[in-house]
Ligand binder design. Structure first.
Ligand SMILES: [Zn+2]
Length: 679
């Protein structure tokens, strides 16, 4: 058994070792990340990540910087090298290589962008200023939706939640450019400051675009009035997590009869699709849009659309525009002190708008068949372990367990990159046109391709994020888990690390995504991806009882102790992610134990395999974060903050107590009857 004292002295020895050559001594754990002054039993996050936090201070361009973000930065560097090579090559016109290089170089060319000022925006604003009739207004909303702006509401195509093999069109509440209804409705000091910064931002955008100061002042009031009305009708982030409440399927006739002030024929015709049934995500929000369409003056309507247009174009315009955008979204909302270097933004444009063309080049350089093979095995091991957990659940009936097994066995697994690459040959990138024209053309190309899939069978092999993305996902309507090449790198997946560390890192990520299929939202979808309860009423009640206990635990977490009093985490909003973290940790641990076949690996760097598993997990969430960003994420991010993904989750897990000998005297300790285990 490791006592706290013994632990401390062992850690001192490590510190000496690590001073010479930390990586050489340990391929799985970066020993310099550990803060030996902190007891793992009191604050595991501080212990496992404290060194990392000291060694990686926030730079002015960061709102948050963690090991996750560090991998994203390394990833950007990999893509930058790729793009620089493309720029130097003489790739022929019309090839993906040429298109990517041209887009990238246009973004880097600040001289041209600054010379052009607001000029590239002019035709788009003139078009908005010319709308008159209701049909023209509705068509203009569609045009902006195709450009990724979301005035009034947003639109998407995806599998029908109640007929999951077919794609359907859905609407989603939107129109609030601050990003969340709370920013319009709350009146605490921090929110009021954000709102004032937003007023400045709107004002700046209009004056930079050539409007008079008087017009800009009026625009501020118009935009805020409209967005506040939309905010008042919007669901909260917690309400948005209830799939049934956000599924309101209407026939096209019903849609037209219910929201009469929108010319839906004109809207869908501009979108390029003949509408059939439509899922209205949030009926109250759409009713507010309908009312606004009737009550707004033509001038107010045009102003609101102009704002949406300028706001979506700003990051492809001159420094004046990007600075204004940074002042609000970067500084005021997230607490960043400085903009990121230009190349990062220039890189992000082709990387997102031609994502699979970039992905195809990326995986050739940065993803090996061996990695794919190891991942296939890991995923299979994790699935076996989750099956064992389902069997062992004491709160679930055999009937529901059988259904859970069915769902688990039909997971559609994607690893690395898609088998079929998207075709960009019809996309025109022309350096003779403005950067804005080209970027909007690429956005529209992507959105029109998505719209074209409406009312057709779901393509289950389509990837929802690109292979170079540092992330993973679970999609309930296709019951799929996806692990792109981008995340299959250290610290998530490390071919040179011992199994304990890999199971604690990528193993937990795999288990996390699998558990999403069984979290408070995911569990409501059946094996075919339909919103269709497969639970007995008793099992559902027992699940909810446990989930509520977990909500209460996280609700007690103080994320920031500010001058206006403590700010608490939102246990209901983060419930799905917290269930997934917990499930991921437990299932990956079982998979790791299974892989040992009864053997006990020798300690490495003084850490047992069990300890290395949890250190591997914590290392994923090491990071520093600004106070403004803590507040922003607490409002808008369904994931708990890194510190709590580690400390609050591990407090429920018995094996963690054993690994680090956590006892009643320690701060990490939670009495057994207070611990909650779901999967
Ligand atoms: Zn998740």
């Amino acid at each position: 058994m490791i006592t706290k004292m013994k632990y401390f002295s062992m850690a001192v020895a490590i510190a000496t070792l690590s001073a010479c050559s930390p990586k050489a001594t340990d391929n799985g754990i970066d020993l310099t990340s550990i803060d030996t002054q902190v007891s793992p039993a009191d604050d595991f996050y501080g212990y496992a990540c404290g060194g990392w936090m000291k060694n990686n201070p926030l730079r002015p361009e960061h709102a948050r910087f963690g090991s996750f973000d560090k991998l994203i930065e390394e990833n950007q560097e990999q893509i930058r090298v790729l793009f620089d090579e493309l720029s130097k090559s003489d790739a022929a016109t019309g090839t993906n290589e040429r298109k990517i290089a041209d887009l990238y170089n246009m973004g880097l060319d600040s001289v041209t962008l600054n010379n052009q000022g607001a000029a590239p925006l002019r035709p788009y604003l003139d078009e908005i200023a010319a709308v008159n009739t209701n049909a023209e207004k509705s068509a203009m909303i569609a045009k902006l939706h195709l450009r990724n702006a979301s005035p009034f509401f947003a639109i998407y195509v995806s599998g029908d939640e109640k007929n999951s093999s077919m794609n359907i069109i859905g609407t989603y509440q939107g129109g609030m450019s601050m990003g969340d209804r709370d920013y319009y409705l709350n009146n605490d000091e921090a929110t009021v400051a954000i709102r004032n910064a937003y007023r400045n931002y709107i004002n700046n955008l209009f004056t930079l675009s050539g409007y008079s100061q008087e017009q800009a002042d009026a625009a501020v009031e118009t935009v805020l009035n409209i967005e506040t009305k939309l905010a008042e009708a919007a669901f909260s982030r917690v309400e948005l997590r209830n799939p049934e409440a956000n599924y309101n399927k209407m026939s096209y006739k019903q849609l037209k009869d219910t929201y009469k002030n929108i010319d839906w024929d004109a809207y869908f015709s501009a979108l390029g699709v003949q509408a059939q049934d439509v899922v209205v995500g949030q009926v109250k929000a759409m009713a507010a849009v309908d009312a606004l369409m009737a009550s707004l003056s033509l001038d107010e309507f045009r102003t609101y659309l102009a704002f949406n247009m300028i706001n979506c174009a700003a990051d492809c315009l001159s420094d004046d525009f990007t600075n204004a955008q940074f002042d609000f979204y970067g500084r005021a909302l997230s607490g960043k002190e400085e903009q990121e270097p230009r190349w990062k933004h220039a890189l992000a444009v082709p990387n997102s708008l031609m994502s699979e063309a970039v992905g195809e080049m990326y995986v050739k350089k940065h993803f090996s068949p061996e990695s794919k093979e190891r991942m296939v095995t890991l995923v299979a091991n994790l699935a076996d372990a989750l099956g064992q957990h389902i069997d062992a659940l004491e709160w679930m009936s055999d009937e529901t367990k059988a259904r859970a097994h069915e769902k688990l066995s039909t997971f559609h697994v994607k690893i690395g990159y898609p088998d079929q690459w998207r075709d960009y040959s019809a996309l025109e990138i022309n350096p003779e046109d403005s950067y804005l024209d080209n970027a909007l053309r690429a956005v529209e190309f992507e959105n029109r391709n998505n719209i074209a899939e409406a009312y057709k069978p779901v393509d289950k092999d389509k990837w929802l994020i690109s292979p170079q993305t540092v992330n993973a996902y679970y999609n309930p309507t296709t019951n799929e888990i996806c692990f792109p090449a981008g995340i299959l790198q250290p610290p998530f997946f490390n071919p040179n690390a011992d199994d304990a560390v890999n199971y604690g890192a990528i193993g937990v990520v795999i288990g996390h995504e699998m558990t999403h299929g069984f979290d408070d939202q995911g569990r409501q979808y059946d094996k075919d991806g339909n919103l269709n309860s497969w639970w007995t009423a008793e099992d559902e009640a027992r699940f909810n009882e446990r989930a509520d206990k977990l909500v209460a635990q996280f609700d007690k977490i103080v994320v920031l102790d500010g001058e206006e009093g403590p700010v608490y985490a939102n246990g209901r909003f983060t419930l799905g992610e917290n269930i997934a973290d917990q499930g991921g940790l437990r299932v990956a641990h079982t998979a790791f134990i299974n892989s040992l076949n009864g053997n006990t690996p020798d300690p490495i760097s003084g850490f047992t395999a069990e300890q290395r598993f949890y250190l591997g997990y914590a290392a994923l969430w090491a990071g520093n974060i600004r106070e403004a960003e803590i507040l922003r994420r607490t409002t808008t991010d369904p994931h708990s903050l890194g510190r709590w993904r580690v400390n609050a989750t591990l407090r429920n897990i018995d094996d963690f107590y054993k690994a680090f000998n956590v006892t009643e005297e320690d701060d990490m300790y939670l009495a057994p009857e207070e611990r909650v285990i779901i999967w």
